[in-house]
Design a protein around this ligand. Structure first.
Ligand SMILES: Cc1cc2nc3c(=O)[nH]c(=O)nc-3n(C[C@H](O)[C@H](O)[C@H](O)COP(=O)(O)OP(=O)(O)OC[C@H]3O[C@@H](n4cnc5c(N)ncnc54)[C@H](O)[C@@H]3O)c2cc1C
Length: 559
């Protein structure tokens, strides 16, 4: 029997940090991931990780204020305080584990400026910070001896009377279904980026954990808050890191003018992401771009800085669109990047479902509120990954495994998957539905939104669900059946897309990433609250939770 005190789904930064913490607390810990751990999307993080270090003349309260303001006052201030207070120690822990952060001329950890922050407090490794962090974390995982189920796909949560008691999972290599018993389960499954098309996210980022938790009774919160990053590459939508602007790059219109002056005269290109993306979209709509794009100009930074600090994004520009940022401005536009919302948790990662925790991008603590500051997500993963690992380990100490009929559970899941394989072959393919869904969301739930557009997507969703019910799986085999996995992922994405759309339709004001042309103002009187979605009898149900305010009174946001 496979059984663990703490079972973590996801081996990105949040999952691995949680695993190491849980193991350190003496729990029998395991981690499960649908891809090899270092292929998790955390690996793609480019720009860096925020922390306010006192010996740099920085202050966690300044970081917290910038985060609260960045969130458009929707972030929970108690949680933001926890994150920003812990940031320094968490960062130094990572350094001690072996992350080779860039250093300045004096040999001290170097920082770069990131958007929406009055101080340069982003620590980085070139423009591949996520890779550096993730690989070091993976070394720690190997050293710890934690059981790691690599290339296992979680298909369902097992519950008895609401209490979680394990998961069902498909071993991708063999196609065999297992039930793994667990006293506590931590979701660290990342975001839902690929629900939108295009997106900066890896193809594996399909919202599995949010959908699994939602179907098990968890609350999804702030789901309308989808971040469009200001600089994604023309065409593919691959990310060009904010690090470029952090190092001093400009945004230009078709005449070569720096249009950010009109929108954020103080912070210019380094205003918060929602502000910069809206500025770009407004300019594009007014015909001041070229082929639906504005330009990122790095030429004045010089070849040596670019080669030292931005070499990866330079290569991306050359490889994908044949533009070298050393000599030419790069065409960019706002693109789907991140979800601020997710599975609602407290500051220890605990959800409303007994025994279930969540951390990282799939969770909503909520430290990002309406808009996440660049480089606060990596911080979120390690701070709340660690806290949820600690808490789950302690919680599992005094409880026994909940009994359930393992054979019965496995048999049922096998039958369900066989049912999918046995479908007639005449329905629409996964790829077609996935593309239509992604484009519908990207048309109607992007930088600017309105009632009519979002209702169109809601209607589209009914059609996507009908088509999904008969989606065929060509591959009938059991070894590495990615066809089957894509189909399961699409089911998760449809649940997530539904939650995003109903939340965005419900919120009738503009705040952070949600900019409604039909409700253009922030309405604190009626909408200073979190929108929550739970699974009801006939579909998603909406409720609300208050925003926690500790010391920063909401005010108008200017950059
Ligand atoms: C291109 C890019 C650049 C970024 N740059 C930065 C940056 O510079 N700074 C910053 O702060 N943030 C950045 N972000 C955001 C940040 O990287 C992510 O929010 C963060 O890394 C998410 O980490 P995570 O641990 O929550 O999830 P992930 O790293 O996405 O890991 C998810 C894990 O869950 C597993 N999983 C999912 N579903 C299943 C399933 N059904 N069964 C089994 N396993 C499953 C996956 O295998 C994976 O191991 C960037 C994001 C992108 C896309």
């Amino acid at each position: 029997m496979l059984e663990h005190d703490v079972l973590i789904i996801g081996a990105g930064l949040a999952g691995m940090r949680a695993a190491i913490a849980a193991q350190a607390n003496g729990a029998n810990t395991a981690i499960i991931s649908k891809v090899h751990p270092v292929r998790s999307h955390s690996n793609a993080a480019q720009g860096g990780i925020n922390a306010a270090l006192t010996d740099r003349g920085d202050d966690w309260e300044d970081h917290a204020y910038d985060t609260v303001k960045g969130s458009d006052f929707l972030g929970d201030q108690d949680a933001i305080e926890v994150m920003c207070k812990s940031a320094g120690r968490s960062l130094i822990d990572m350094e001690h584990m072996g992350v080779t952060f860039n250093r300045d001329d004096e040999g001290k950890l170097g920082t770069r400026a990131f958007g929406g922050q009055r101080k340069a407090r982003t620590f980085y490794v070139g423009d591949f910070t996520g890779q550096a962090l993730l690989h070091v974390m993976f070394e720690q995982l190997i050293k710890s001896g934690i059981r790691s189920y690599e290339e296992w796909f979680v298909t369902g949560l097992i519950q008895e009377d609401g209490q979680v008691c394990g998961v069902t999972a498909l071993e991708i290599r063999t196609g065999q279904i297992y039930a793994i018993r667990a006293k506590t389960v931590i979701f660290a499954t990342g975001g839902l980026g690929r629900t939108f098309e295009p997106s900066t996210n890896a193809l594996i980022v399909t919202g599995d954990g949010m959908a699994l938790a939602y179907n098990a009774g968890a609350r999804l919160m702030d789901m309308e808050m989808v971040q469009y990053h200001p600089t994604t590459l023309q065409g593919s939508g691959v990310l060009i890191s904010e690090a470029a602007r952090g190092e001093g790059a400009y945004l230009l219109d078709k005449n070569g003018d720096r249009f950010m002056e009109k929108y954020a005269p103080n912070m210019m290109e380094l205003a918060s992401r929602d502000v910069v993306s809206r500025a770009e979209q407004t300019e594009i709509n007014a015909g001041n771009g070229v082929n639906g794009c504005m330009f990122l100009d790095c030429r004045h930074l010089g070849e040596s800085l670019i080669m030292e600090k931005l070499s990866q994004i330079r290569e991306i520009g050359i490889d994908l669109i044949g533009v070298d940022m050393i000599t030419d401005p790069v065409p960019i536009r706002p693109g789907m990047h991140y979800i601020m919302g997710g599975i609602k948790t407290d500051i220890d990662g605990l959800t409303n479902v007994p025994g279930v925790y969540a951390a990282g991008e799939c969770a909503c603590v909520s430290v990002h509120g309406g808009n996440r500051l660049g480089a606060n997500s990596l911080l979120d993963t390690i701070v709340f990954g660690e806290r949820s690992g600690n808490h789950a380990a302690l919680a599992s100490r005094d409880v026994d495994y909940v009994e359930f009929d393992v054979d019965e559970v496995v048999k049922k899941e096998e039958e369900r998957l066989q049912g999918i394989l046995d479908r007639p072959q005449n329905g629409d393919r996964v790829g077609a539905i996935r593309l239509d869904m992604g484009q519908s969301l990207n048309n109607n739930l992007a930088v600017y939104r309105n009632q009519a557009g979002m209702e169109e997507t809601l209607r589209d969703m009914t059609g996507f669900r009908e088509r999904y019910a008969s989606v065929p799986v060509d591959n009938k085999g059991s070894v590495f059946n990615t066809d089957l996995i894509f189909s399961l992922e699409l089911g998760f994405m449809l649940d997530c897309a539904g939650a995003v759309t109903v939340s965005a339709l419900d919120r009738k004001d503009s705040r952070g990433a949600q900019a409604r042309t039909d409700f253009p103002d922030r309405d604190d009187e009626n909408w200073m609250k979190h929108v929550v979605v739970t699974k009801g009898e006939v579909g998603p149900e909406i409720s609300y939770l208050p925003v926690s305010i500790t010391k920063w009174t909401p005010e108008e946001r200017k950059y």
